[in-house]
Design a protein around this ligand. Structure first.
Ligand SMILES: Nc1ncnc2c1ncn2[C@@H]1O[C@H](COP(=O)(O)OP(=O)(O)O)[C@@H](O)[C@H]1O
Ligand SMILES: [Mg+2]
Length: 359
């Protein structure tokens, strides 16, 4: 009797435990179902593949956008280039790789992660279409390029007009004044003096116009080339600002017009910044080329400055940004190294196969 009661109590206990387990399982199953809805409802594409890049799962968005992915498998452009990513996962403790896949008419941004389920490794790819954004960026780039180009053309035109029209008019004026001077009798002392002053003024106006025209578009770039133009600019600038500028160049460079003018503008702005902000004594300018790129660095021993924000070239002025923009338009990179109290170095690096356009 007593045994029966114990058996029943034990059974009840077991049933209770089983019920408990069942409820735990039900709870887990619900949770799994809940989790499973995530990729299913994701408005972006979610794709899982094995380590060879063969799809094992696609969420509805991926199935709808790329229905052919199942058949094409790892040869589909969307899944190209996964092998080195797998290698990177194996060799390092990197957890994901971000990449852009350009399929011609469609550009897709992807985040590739790996997952482990039991002992099965898979790749999980989160992807979304960024074609519209890419096209907009390209359009902006194209526009920026055209603005720089238009600006250079305008400068070229104004420079030519200043030199040809205003310069020549002043030369004619000077000759006319000299003729008048020749006719003035020696007794007209004060008139002769006034004419002397007028002639001197005409000379200095002509010099200023020449300088302005040269700054707008250095004619030497087209004749003596980049190296001598930069050297000459350093000399003139140094004389004018009392800065000791040491120039180390490289002759025989064969660069496109666009690269030449870009490097000239970088030097112009960087030296102006040194004169304006650095309180430097010495400046080192260096132009050199290696197999793939041409480089121009401008280093000063001045005050340096605190870079604002996280973006390396975020600043209030437009000079640094303008330089960066020009350099990036030719697929180059502008580096800025500055240490408060020690000085600043600006380096423009332009690939030799930079933009073909000539400015
Ligand atoms: N060589 C330099 N030495 C010290 N400070 C500099 C130098 N170059 C740039 N700066 C600092 O960076 C700021 C941004 O420069 P920039 O974009 O050319 O604008 P702007 O020259 O019109 O002020 C300057 O105001 C200055 O504070
Ligand atoms: Mg500036």
């Amino acid at each position: 009797m007593k045994d029966d009661a114990k058996i029943i109590a034990d059974l009840k206990q077991q049933i209770h435990e089983l019920e408990q387990q069942l409820s735990d399982y039900q709870h887990l199953e619900k949770k799994l179902q809940w989790l499973a809805t995530f990729p299913e409802q994701n408005p972006n594409m979610v794709i899982e593949t094995d380590l060879l890049g063969r799809p094992t799962y696609m969420n509805p968005e991926a199935r709808q956008r790329f229905p052919e992915l199942w058949q094409k498998g790892s040869s589909h452009p969307l899944l190209k280039g996964l092998r080195p990513i797998v290698a990177a996962f194996v060799d390092t403790d990197q957890e994901f790789v971000g990449r852009e896949v350009d399929m011609g008419d469609v550009v897709v941004e992807q985040k590739v992660c790996y997952t482990i389920e039991g002992d099965v490794y898979r790749l999980r790819i989160y992807a979304h279409d960024i074609t519209a954004r890419k096209r907009a960026e390209e359009a902006i780039q194209g526009l920026a390029k055209r603005i720089v180009q238009a600006q250079e053309e305008e400068r070229h035109r104004i420079s030519r007009e200043l030199h040809d029209e205003a310069g020549q008019a002043l030369t004619a004026l000077k000759i006319a004044l000299e003729i008048i001077q020749g006719d003035v009798p020696a007794t007209e002392e004060s008139l002769r003096q006034n004419l002397d002053e007028a002639i001197a003024l005409t000379d200095s106006a002509r010099d200023q116009i020449r300088m302005l025209a040269r700054g707008l578009r250095p004619p030497a770039l087209d004749t003596v080339g980049l190296n001598l133009t930069l050297e000459d600019f350093c000399q003139t600038f140094g004389r004018r600002t009392q800065l000791a500028i040491q120039y180390e160049g490289s002759s025989g460079l064969k660069l496109s017009g666009a690269v030449n003018i870009c490097l000239y503008r970088v030097l112009q702005e960087a030296l102006t910044n040194v004169a304006k902000h650095a309180q430097a004594e010495q400046v080192w300018v260096k132009l050199w080329q290696d197999e793939t790129a041409v480089h121009l660095s401008i280093a000063d021993d001045g005050l340096g400055f605190q870079k604002k924000g996280t973006a390396p070239l975020q600043s209030s002025g437009l000079g640094l940004l303008g330089m960066q923009e020009r350099v990036e338009l030719l697929n180059g990179r502008l580096e800025l190294r500055t240490i408060p109290g020690e000085g600043t170095t600006v380096t423009a690096n332009l690939p030799l196969r930079a933009a073909k356009g000539t400015l």
